[in-house]
Design a protein around this ligand. Structure first.
Ligand SMILES: N[C@@H](CCC(=O)N[C@@H](CS)C(=O)NCC(=O)O)C(=O)O
Length: 86
């Protein structure tokens, strides 16, 4: 199975984002980080695609998933198929 491409929209002071970041870091999961408070591009893209400004949002092969608990559960469930950092 091809490894899913993960784009993680977040910002640092968001507590819901932090708990997803905890799961990402604990399991060394490779994601593309998209800080929505860094410049304007990431926020614009999130809003354009989803119609929302809510984070955390994980794009899984281009499909957005909201809700920190749903994202954490999905990551844990799919751990074996996810690319890891070194
Ligand atoms: N139930 C959601 C809560 C997410 C949430 O409230 N995120 C806040 C930031 S901490 C947010 O993006 N609020 C702005 C908005 O929804 O437009 C979760 O667990 O992910």
């Amino acid at each position: 199975m091809k490894t899913p491409e993960l784009d993680f929209y977040y910002y640092d002071s968001c507590p819901y984002c932090q708990r997803v970041l905890g799961t990402i870091k604990k399991n060394n999961i490779k994601v593309n980080y998209k800080d929505i408070h860094e410049g304007t591009v990431n926020m614009q893209k999130l809003l354009q695609i989803t119609g929302r400004r809510t984070v955390p949002c994980m794009f899984i092969n281009g499909d957005p998933m909201f809700e920190s608990l749903d994202i954490m559960n999905w990551l844990e469930k799919n751990l074996d198929n996810l690319e890891k950092t070194a």
